[in-house]
Design a protein around this ligand. Structure first.
Ligand code: FAD
Length: 471
């Protein structure tokens, strides 16, 4: 009798413990994706990117004589329907860690077990299950460096090969059509603008990892902070949908380190930042929705997402070049360099004194590598309200940052057309991407700063030091 393989954020064939276990049963495997309320609640760009990922995954399965069955509805109902239609006696899946997925999966598992179905969840999305890593006193890590030190002594499983074959059932159950789900609907910026920036699917991700660990990684430590450079792996969108496993990235990093490639250690650390974000989300799920440090509840944030300051920030029209370049990169490519993410987050939460949730939501709407844990950790870190956060009084100055990290202005020129006699295609592509009702044109004058770095810093520090805000 078949095994249902319930896919969620694990759209790969190799190093996939749930798939390998299902194939190891020696019976047919039916890969299924369910558009339930949780998947449907994804915002525009990640939802669109999921649609692309599902299409690529189905194609990869078809090349191996299998296919992806699509259903829409409550996960448990869909799985029960499939069980009765196919006679399946087992449902396997890879674990997720956000509280809503956990609640759903716990419910699905116990309901299926009551029905006599073997429901099994597997690892694969993380290298270190969050409950297995503990401080010496038995708590969880709230600071990165001790966690990094702790996990470096743990052996990470080497990546598993792709199963030799994925046994197909004699008859496939019915599937919905991906096109009918209209996962692109929320993308009011042209999806065709973002599409060339997508690295889609497992094969492309594996190629990129190979190229990066062969060449780029050696200079990763030096180049990773400079947004004009192609200095990072760019694998976050693939890790986010599970098109590549962190284990595979880790082992590639380890090999590069053994080969004496200087940046490898830094790359390994970044992979552990991702684990740290999940560790924090598992132990304190409120990191997704509330100030991690509750004393920040009293901070006088602006919470109006329609505030003109916020609009200028979203549109890349703050008049602060580094901020605007990064916000436009986000809008056109669905990605933003990490240095940019830190700067725009600092500018929104400190200089503009707007709540980090406004930024978190905008990133969730526009990033193709959106990840619940890394996004929440990044925002709370930048705002000062999170664990291991940058202290509030350390306000990034976006002008001096530009001087340090974009000295030749390559990044700013790449993204800001206004004021340039011969702007690059990339800078102009922003104006193709934005909705017409924003009423912006490349021939507009570049705006004056909404808030200057000096005024913003002074106002933020003043609010921070105000006696009403008790830290
Ligand atoms: P590389 O430099 O090549 O790093 C390799 C991998 O390590 C990344 O793919 C990523 O999985 C992980 N990693 C690197 N830096 C971090 C970090 N600071 N935190 C967690 N993991 C990290 N990352 C996301 O994947 N999704 C998000 O939604 C997201 N939102 C962010 C929001 C803010 C405000 C900030 C400051 C950071 C956010 N990050 C997020 C983290 C980081 O910016 C991206 O992971 C990184 O820019 C991705 O580029 P890359 O794949 O080239 O990374």
């Amino acid at each position: 009798s078949p095994v249902l393989l319930w896919l969620r954020r694990d759209l790969r064939l190799s190093d996939h413990p749930a798939l390998s276990a299902a194939c190891g049963e020696g019976c047919p495997v039916i890969p299924v994706f369910i558009l339930d309320d949780l998947a449907d609640s994804l915002k525009a760009a990640p939802k669109w990117r999921l649609g692309l990922g599902l299409q690529a995954y189905d194609a990869a399965l078809k090349a191996r004589g299998s296919r992806l069955i699509l259903r829409r509805g409550q996960a448990l109902d869909c799985l029960r329907d499939l069980v009765s239609e196919t006679g399946a006696t087992a449902v396997y899946w890879s674990r997720l860690y956000d509280p809503e997925s956990v609640a759903r999966d716990v419910g699905v598992k116990s309901a299926l077990k009551e029905q006599g179905i073997r429901a099994r969840s597997f690892g694969g999305h993380l290298m270190f299950e969050p409950w297995t890593v503990q401080t010496r006193t038995g708590g969880f890590y709230k600071v990165f460096t001790p966690m990094w030190k702790a996990v470096t002594s743990i052996d990470v499983d080497p990546p598993m090969p792709e199963p030799g074959s994925i046994p197909a059932p004699e008859n496939w159950p019915a599937s919905e059509n991906l096109g009918d789900w209209e996962l692109q609907m929320g993308m009011n910026r042209g999806a065709e603008v973002v599409r060339p920036h997508v690295r889609l699917g497992e094969a492309a991700a594996l190629d990129r990892l190979g190229d990066f660990t062969e060449d780029g990684i050696a200079e990763y430590r030096e180049k990773r902070d400079f947004p004009a450079e192609d200095g990072t792996s760019g694998l976050s969108e693939n890790l986010s949908l599970g098109e590549i496993s962190p284990h595979r990235c880790w082992h590639a990093g380890l090999r590069a380190r053994q080969d004496g490639k200087a940046g490898a250690e830094t790359f390994l650390k970044e992979l552990v930042w991702r684990e740290f974000a999940y560790h924090l989300m598992h132990h304190t799920p409120r990191i997704l929705t509330e100030n991690w440090k509750p004393d920040w509840d009293a901070f006088p944030w602006c919470t109006d997402p329609e505030d003109p300051k916020v609009l200028a920030w979203k549109q890349g029209r703050t008049g602060i070049e580094f901020v605007d370049a990064a916000m436009r990169e986000l809008y056109v490519t669905g990605r933003m360099h990490n240095r940019g993410r830190m700067i725009v987050a600092s500018y929104l939460t400190k200089h503009l004194m707007c709540h980090w949730k406004i930024g978190l939501d905008w990133f969730a709407d526009t990033l193709i590598d959106w990840d619940p844990a890394s996004n929440a950790m990044g925002w709370q870190w930048s705002a000062g309200s999170g664990p291991d956060a940058t202290p509030y009084f350390r306000v990034f100055n976006p002008v001096t940052q530009l001087d340090r990290f974009d000295r030749g202005c390559g990044y700013v020129r790449r993204w800001i057309a206004e004021g340039q006699s011969d702007p690059s295609e990339t800078a102009l592509s922003y104006f193709d991407a934005i909705p017409r009702h924003w009423g912006l044109s490349a021939s507009d004058a570049y705006p004056e700063p909404v808030v200057t770095p000096e005024d913003g810093r002074a106002a933020a520090l003043n609010a921070y030091e105000n006696r009403d805000f008790q830290r």
